[in-house]
Design a protein. Sequence first.
Length: 61
Amino acid sequence: MNASEACFILAAKNFCESNAADEHTILRNWEIRDFAPNVPKYVQIFRPENKIHSHLQEHLH
């Protein structure tokens, strides 16, 4: 993972609620950030107000 050029974190489809899917995605983002902090991450977030919980260097979609 540390040698990767980028990491794409997509939201899970099995959540009925977009807020719950975002929570799960944000937690995965934090885990990957701790493991490989220098790898650029592209994170899929459904609700705009949840983007604040991700690190500013990530590319949010």
